[in-house]
Write a new protein. Structure first.
Length: 635
């Protein structure tokens, strides 16, 4: 979000310089860069209230004494007998329609409206849409403008029951899928994809003098992911996804009217407004000792009240009343975070503390043994994001997700591990053995449980004994059979036909509950061994690899070890892997034949044949210098 420095300091006296203001924004947790005195601020997803000029100013009141309220339209507004049907009251709890008619459309703008376009170098559209964009920038509340002469009442808000084509005001036609929140006209035609984008047929233009301004609160659950799904860059959706203030509509619309009134004569104005769900006032107990305990501070009551009051909180006896624009505040821990921002994390004195580990309370020893058994068998552990986009009947919804496209907690590990498998296959990995141990969640039981997911496919291993063998369920059974004394090993079928994959290899997958009954049979397992793992992340290249095979003949058996050591210890930036894939000892001919596979790959680009040939020529030359070593078929 971009905010000019001059907009932020407009009402602040004395005015801080740009560097001081930058420091204050960083203290508040608003990461940013500054280019030409314009702050480009990265607002965290839980702080949707700061996606506006006024929102940031509310936070800055911690440090500066100034008035945020702007001039609004003070005259009486008549009721508007608008015919509106809300069939989605749960997802649209507050909505208003302001009906305005003006004498003339102004040719030029002035004041804050003109500054908005000039200072941010934004292209103008039409009078009412331009004010709508400015109001969203200033207050954080999106509004939508219809040409009133193009609206056929009644208007209905509902979830669509079937797919339909929709031409947006962005001159882009999309196919709206089922169960999207939309506005219909009286002909049952979609005129607006709610909270995302309006339709071309009802859009305002530069000649529009009569406008219908929609101002609504939409539940984020109805909006999340829609703009990405339809490829629409929607500033409104970005704000609705992060929650807006349901109680701001009167102020926002009167501010809208004031901007109109500053530019032209208003002939007519009336208002339809309805609230379908009365919200309870949120509050948390005012507990200074708990705040100090969380922060490790000794802040007194008066100072705490001063900070909270500046941020818009109201202290009512023993409770903190949370303002309607702060939907991210739910507990005393959240309040403690507000106090920490006010003090500044760097200003909180650090304290030493000690953690005493009881060996019996270490991370589940049985689970650790299980991990080591799989690692010893050639498996790699993966850690996936517990938040997913796929919803099931058991899914738990996250109220304030960090990623609006990942709003549910996982109900299994299978989908994540299948993605890991396919990712590796697309990068030409031909022996894939992965596992993950994590919690999964179930809304029906309102609980979580810990499970291990194991997936494998391709070659059994990269050695001459297993190179030609393919992984089947029996391979995993043989690994686990002697260790899982009391667990059933049940595999889950994953048909290749259901995946975006060209491979025909069988996929072995199973899940095992990690619960109180989970025991590993190896009682002699060395606990100290688990604490001595040298783990280092090695990134996977996105560029294709190239493989070469060489088969050697050795007449003198004693030279075989010399050849193996020479080749297996090779070190070259392009040579990622070397292993023996074939071995045969011919007692009759007194000869050993041994095959090596060389895998080449770069992290910087696609390697060429000439680059690979140069390395291979060096390998061949060094190998042939060993007595009795030859390469059959080499001219």
């Amino acid at each position: 979000m971009k905010i000019p420095y001059k907009h932020l300091i407009k009402n602040i006296n004395p005015k801080p310089d740009v560097n001081e203001l930058s420091q204050k924004l960083f203290q508040l947790g608003h990461e940013h860069e500054i280019v030409d005195e314009i702050f480009d601020i990265d607002i965290t997803p839980n702080r949707g209230d700061c996606l506006s000029l006024d929102g940031l100013l509310r936070d800055l009141k911690l440090f500066y004494d100034f008035d945020i309220e702007n001039n609004i339209y003070e005259k009486n507004i008549d009721p508007f007998p608008f015919k509106f049907i809300n069939n989605a009251e749960k997802f649209c709890t507050n909505i208003s329609f302001l009906n305005v008619e003006v004498d003339e459309v102004p040719s030029n703008y002035s004041g804050s409206l003109e500054n908005y376009f000039q200072d941010l170098n934004i292209k103008k559209n039409n009078f009412f849409t331009d004010i709508s964009n400015f109001i969203s920038y200033e207050t954080g509340q999106p509004t939508h403008c219809y040409d009133a002469n193009k609206i056929d009442q009644p208007i209905r808000l509902d979830f669509n029951k079937k797919k339909c084509q929709f031409e947006t005001l962005l001159d882009k036609t999309i196919e709206i899928k089922e169960d999207n929140l939309v506005f219909y006209n009286k002909h049952n035609e979609v005129i607006n994809l709610a909270g995302i984008v309006g339709g071309k047929d009802t859009a305002c233009n530069k000649q529009t003098k009569s406008v219908l301004i929609e101002c609504a609160y939409f539940d984020p659950e109805a909006i999340i992911g829609k703009s990405v799904e339809y490829g629409i860059n929607s500033e409104a959706a970005h704000k609705f996804e992060r929650n807006t203030d349901p109680n701001c509509h009167s102020y926002v619309l009167r501010r809208f009217l004031k901007i109109i009134d500053n530019h032209t004569n208003i002939k007519k104005v009336d208002l339809f407004s309805n609230t379908y769900f009365e919200r309870e006032v949120n509050s948390v107990p005012f507990q200074i000792p708990k705040i100090n305990k969380v922060l490790g501070t000794k802040i007194d009551d008066n100072k705490c009240i001063e900070y909270l009051s500046k941020l818009g909180f109201i202290i009512n006896e023993d409770n903190i009343i949370i303002p309607s624009f702060r939907n991210d505040i739910n507990s005393i821990n959240d309040i403690a975070e507000e106090i920490a921002r006010a003090i500044g994390y760097d200003n909180i004195e650090s304290q030493k503390f000690a953690i005493t580990l009881n060996e019996d309370l270490n991370i589940n020893f049985e689970e650790s043994k299980f991990k080591q058994i799989l690692i010893d068998s050639g498996f790699y552990e993966v850690i996936n994001d517990p938040f997913v986009s796929k919803r099931t009947k058991k899914s738990i919804v996250v109220d304030n997700p960090l990623d609006s496209n990942r709003t549910f907690l996982r109900t299994d590990l299978k989908d994540s591990l299948v993605r890991n498998l396919l990712y590796n296959e697309r990068r030409q990995k031909d022996s894939i053995k992965l596992f993950e141990i994590a919690d999964i969640y179930d809304s029906k039981s309102d609980s979580s449980k810990r499970i291990a997911g194991i997936i494998a496919s391709g070659r059994v291993d990269k050695n001459y004994q297993d190179f030609s063998k393919k992984i089947e369920n029996k391979f995993i059974v043989n690994i686990l059979r002697d260790h899982l004394n009391n667990k059933e090993i049940d595999f889950i079928d994953i048909p290749r036909e259901s995946l975006d994959s060209k491979s025909k290899n069988h996929i072995s997958y199973l899940e095992i509950d990690i619960d109180d009954s989970f025991l590993i049979g190896d009682k002699s397992f060395n606990r100290n061994r688990l604490n001595k793992r040298d783990i280092q992340y090695i990134p996977i290249s996105d560029f294709p690899c190239s493989t070469r095979d060489l088969s050697f003949s050795i007449k003198d058996y004693s030279r075989c070890k010399i050849l193996e050591d020479s080749i297996l210890s090779l070190n070259h930036s392009l040579l990622k892997e070397v292993f023996i894939f074939d071995y045969f000892k011919n007692e009759k001919l007194k000869e050993i034949k041994i095959g090596f596979r060389f895998v080449f790959q770069s992290h910087d680009g696609t390697i060429t044949d000439s680059e690979v040939n140069e390395v291979m020529d060096s390998i061949i030359t060094n190998a042939l210098n060993i007595d009795t070593v030859s390469i059959p078929g080499l001219a």
